[in-house]
Write a protein that binds this ligand. Structure first.
Ligand code: CA
Length: 464
């Protein structure tokens, strides 16, 4: 075998030597130039709950430093108001309604359509090392597991939420909330946010010599509300003590990641996205002021999120942009910075945020965005926002003068109203029906919340 292969091997070596002797710098540069890509996705955090978003009572010095080292988008939106479909949109760069992943799952067998190509798969195909850390929530059957969706490594849990400390229920063998390393269940000690932050640092160490993609999906600050004693002590007497303590730990761990990049001299070669997967939840002490609504509904509080992008030396620091952007744009931006093309022939709904050197002149951002979760839908065109609820009269707002979505303009501006309704239904024609919907009690409560908020009333109940 050796003798037979020898000539081919020799030719291959000579070719390689030939290339490297002609263009040694190009080869080195080619492997170095591809920037690392890190997406820090947090869970259920409020629009106003970070220093860089104006919070006065929660302390986030490390996240603020990240945000202030790059561009903060104040009009940024996720493609869904709840965890699971939001992740499906982000990781494919496509409206998740294109493949029926419109609602949170209600059963074990549901997951991200296997014909969809994740950001991890696209980047792996381009030579990236890929790692997913933390909450997955995109399916737990074999075909949906992170290792089968483009991730070389997975260190996290498959379900949508879990306890932050080791827990006999969550950590039972085979439980979907148990911590996994790839497909093997593992035990952990301490506080999960620290464990995920440490894992991120270790993977940066492991992958620092090659281009890598890291999807760092903290479950903080999703319920259950649990924090370390020392962090609770730090915020003793705080009116939002639990959230303040959980956010502090999250901040420390984001800081760990950024400090590791700095220590390894990787900041100039790593683009970092930071965002929440949906608006602040009504059960985790979060605030979305001055927005209306919360996680699960189509008002701004449900899908407008804190969103920052940092890339030292490539992005101007300290920029605030009010351009309309989406979590869907991360995929398109990642493909652009990795210099690769859309790996399939399916349409991508996100837009690349590059070139970054002209961030204020971005011609590329969205003029329209759309949302739909079962009976409630919304669209944004310019400053206008329309919210539609099944069998109810839709409402129209002008966000420029009415960010709190209080004054319905549907009667006052009938032409705009018609235009928005038509745009929404045109978009829906390109989507498919949801493959599953939420449980009946959630469907009803979600309808009632929308109806009350559309009438500027307080919902009678916010949970089943
Ligand atoms: Ca969430």
């Amino acid at each position: 075998m050796v003798r037979k292969d020898f000539p081919y091997l020799t030719v291959a070596i000579l070719v390689l030597l030939g290339i490297s002797s002609c263009k040694p710098k190009l080869n080195v540069a080619a492997s170095k130039v591809k920037p690392n890509i890190i997406v820090i996705l947090i869970d259920d955090a409020g629009y106003a709950d970070f220093g860089f978003m104006g919070s006065k009572d929660l302390q986030t010095p490390e996240i603020d430093k990240l945000a202030n080292s790059g561009v903060v988008f104040t009009d940024a939106h996720t493609s869904s108001t709840v965890c699971s479909p939001s992740r499906a949109g982000l990781i494919t760069g496509r409206y998740q309604q294109r493949f029926g992943f419109e609602c949170n799952g209600t059963g074990d067998s549901l997951g991200l359509d296997v014909t969809e190509i994740t950001m991890a798969a696209a980047l792996k195909n381009k030579g990236y090392k890929t790692v997913g850390i933390g909450k997955w929530h995109l399916g737990d059957k074999e075909q949906y597991l992170p290792n089968n969706r483009g991730f070389d490594e997975f260190y996290g849990f498959l379900s949508g939420a879990r306890n932050y400390f080791p827990n006999p229920q969550n950590d039972k063998p085979g439980n979907l909330s148990a911590l996994m390393h790839n497909q093997k269940q593992i035990n952990f000690e301490g506080y999960l946010t620290d464990v995920l932050g440490d894992a991120a640092v270790n993977y940066i160490d492991q992958y620092k010599k090659e281009p890598f993609f890291m999807y760092l999906s903290f479950n903080a600050v999703h319920t259950p509300l649990q924090a370390k004693k020392e962090d609770l002590d730090k915020f003793k007497g705080h009116p939002r003590q639990m959230l303040a303590a959980m956010t502090w730990s999250l901040d420390e761990n984001v800081g760990k990641v950024m400090k590791k990049l700095e220590a390894e001299n990787l900041l100039e070669n790593t683009i970092v996205f930071f965002l929440s997967d949906n608006g602040g939840a009504n059960n985790n002490q979060s605030t979305v002021f001055p927005l209306k609504g919360w996680k699960g509904n189509e008002f701004e509080g449900g899908h407008r999120v804190p969103f920052a992008v940092s890339w030292k030396g490539h992005l101007q620091a300290g920029v605030k942009s009010n351009k309309l952007v989406s979590s869907l744009d991360i995929y398109a931006t990642a493909l652009a910075v990795a210099d690769t093309k859309n790996p399939n022939n399916k349409p991508i709904d996100g837009k690349s945020l590059v070139p970054f050197n002209a961030i204020d002149k971005l011609a590329n951002t969205h003029k329209t965005l759309f949302w739909r979760k079962d009976e409630a839908a919304a669209t944004r065109i310019g400053d206008y926002k329309l919210i539609r609820l099944k069998n109810e009269q839709s409402v129209l707002y002008n966000l420029k003068s009415d960010i709190g979505e209080k004054t319905d303009l549907s009667k006052a501006e009938p032409e705009k109203f018609q235009e928005m309704e038509k745009a929404l239904s045109n978009w829906e024609n390109k989507m498919v029906n949801p493959l599953w919907i939420e449980e009946p009690d959630w469907t009803k409560i979600t309808f009632d919340i929308h109806k009350a908020l559309m009438n500027n009333q307080k919902p009678k109940k916010v949970q089943p």
